[in-house]
Design a protein around this ligand. Structure first.
Ligand code: NAI
Length: 271
């Protein structure tokens, strides 16, 4: 199946979708980038001819694989998967870049659960080396092999996860970020010291609070809720401070402010 992949659809032209589309173009695929928000699609206007931007989902009819990268909401994603199932060709793979939502449940919104898979790129997709591939309960070996081969064509290393909340990376990363919020919330240390402590003390390229800002605090909160519900343990309860920042619209770098203020970046938090 993978040898025949020539056309890729990407739905959602935000932080992740635009980067995934860029990988496809760089690899020589014809890429259709779909978003409901015309402003989000403006990122593609200077791109090469192989990248076409549209708000019409039906333009994906010729795609061999569609990578969904819209808002991290199970209901919204399920509705999209149901629509994609109706308008894409029967052989097309429907992949989700979800950070934590069950692939099995997304697959249940389609008539082709064996062709539904998780293809979880890291942020930013063009730079990060990993793609986590998640097999739903009914994902076929053929779908898995084709998706893995495409990620490898993009120069990525693939790890395979079974379909449980948070998969591999966010199962481990998000509780650490949430704990950094609790450390701030309970007044143990300043945000600068928390990040410097983890950055220099554990040899990470950026501290957990800044990383949360780069991921998006709304995305972090959604993932914590999925871990909390999916794994049924109070240790995954989202920190009230994280909830409050999201309520206040402080969503991180994409909004100019999250834990840190990116409208005037202090030296201490520059990557
Ligand atoms: P974002 O908020 O930057 O972009 C989402 C885009 O989807 C927006 O442009 C929005 O207009 C569009 N959209 C929303 N509903 C739509 C629909 N029904 N049809 C078409 N377009 C629609 O979000 P981001 O950060 O790019 O995240 C997207 C997905 O990738 C989420 O599932 C997230 O969990 C996942 N992810 C995010 C990472 C991150 O670091 N931000 C890392 C890995 C995965």
């Amino acid at each position: 199946m993978e040898e025949k992949m020539k056309v890729m659809g990407v739905v959602g032209s935000g932080q992740m979708g635009s980067g995934i589309a860029q990988l496809g173009v760089m690899d020589g695929l014809d890429v259709w980038l779909v978003d409901t928000d015309p402003d989000a699609l403006a990122v593609g206007t200077d791109a090469p001819r192989r990248l076409r931007c549209t708000s019409n989902l039906k333009d994906l009819h010729s795609a061999d694989i569609i990578v969904e990268a819209i808002v991290e909401s199970e209901d919204v994603k399920k509705k999209l998967f149901s629509e994609l199932d109706k308008i894409t060709k029967a052989s097309a793979i429907l992949a989700s870049n979800t950070s934590s939502i069950s692939i099995t449940r997304l697959a249940s919104a389609t008539s082709r659960p064996c062709q539904v898979i998780g293809m979880h790129f890291m942020n930013p997709p063009p730079l990060m080396k990993l793609v986590e591939v998640i097999r739903g309960a009914d994902t076929s070996d053929e779908t898995f092999r084709a998706t893995k081969a495409l990620a490898e064509r993009f120069g990525k290393t693939v790890v395979c996860s079974q379909d449980y909340a948070g998969f591999i990376v966010n199962r481990i990363l998000m509780p650490m970020i949430n704990e950094a919020f609790f450390t701030l919330y309970t007044g143990v240390a300043t945000k600068e010291d928390i990040d410097a402590g983890m950055k220099l003390g554990t040899n990470q390229p950026m501290g957990p609070l800044q990383l949360a800002d780069f991921i998006g605090l709304d995305v972090c909160l959604s993932i914590m809720k999925v871990l909390h519900t999916g794994l049924g343990d109070s240790k995954y309860a989202p920190c009230p401070l994280l909830v409050q920042y999201v309520d206040a619209g402080r969503l991180g770098k994409k909004r100019g402010i999250g834990v840190f203020d990116y409208r005037r970046v202090p030296e201490s938090v520059k990557p």
